[in-house]
Design a protein around this ligand. Structure first.
Ligand code: ZN
Length: 185
């Protein structure tokens, strides 16, 4: 990931947990990729790596800008920050076991497109367009859902979602078990 001069240290942000209704907010497009957007990106990477996770959307840290960060590598070598990301083409089907930093400890199978083409602005405000597949494609689809107030549990049955909601509400009452068994999106 690109290093930069910062005017303050990076911060680990609080991640909202399902069923927090703020996760249903729809994020707004970023007009300009300025220093405050770059600070948000840096803080989101810090928060995602600490969790540990492979993706994070600004909505999950209660910021309503259309910003996501992802890194599906094992060694933090593929950091990708996307501003105003949009999927412009989809192909194929892929089912994967997904987790989410906002739904800790829960992993369920979700079906998504296998390949996507996305468009976004990078950390420097440059327009990028790229074809990706596999885990990275799943991760980007999952994160863009967050920007639209959508969670992976929405793809599950009502019964399953209610069960997850009860489990997380119970965990929260008991002080919250925030440990991730596996890296989550
Ligand atoms: Zn998520």
């Amino acid at each position: 990931r690109q290093m930069c001069i910062r005017d303050r240290d990076m911060a680990i942000l609080d991640i909202l947990h399902f069923p927090d209704t703020r996760l249903r907010n729809v994020a707004k497009p970023v007009a300009q990729v300025d220093a405050s957007v770059r600070q948000l990106i840096d803080d989101m990477f810090e928060t995602m790596y600490a969790a540990p996770g492979i993706g994070l959307a600004a909505v999950q840290v209660n910021d309503l800008r259309r910003v996501i960060v992802v890194d599906t590598s094992e060694d933090r070598s593929q950091a990708l920050a996307l501003v105003n990301p949009e999927i412009i083409a989809k192909q194929g089907e892929e089912t994967m076991d997904e987790g989410c930093l906002s739904v800790p400890g829960v992993y369920e199978t979700v079906q998504r497109a296998e390949q996507i083409r996305f468009r976004a602005l990078d950390r420097d405000g440059n327009a990028i367009e790229k074809d990706v597949d596999g885990l990275l494609a799943v991760c980007i689809q999952h994160e863009i859902d967050h920007l639209d107030g959508k969670l992976f549990v929405d793809y599950l049955s009502n019964l399953k979602r209610q069960r997850i909601r009860k489990k997380l509400e119970k965990d929260a009452r008991q002080g919250g078990d925030k440990t991730q068994r596996r890296r989550a999106i």
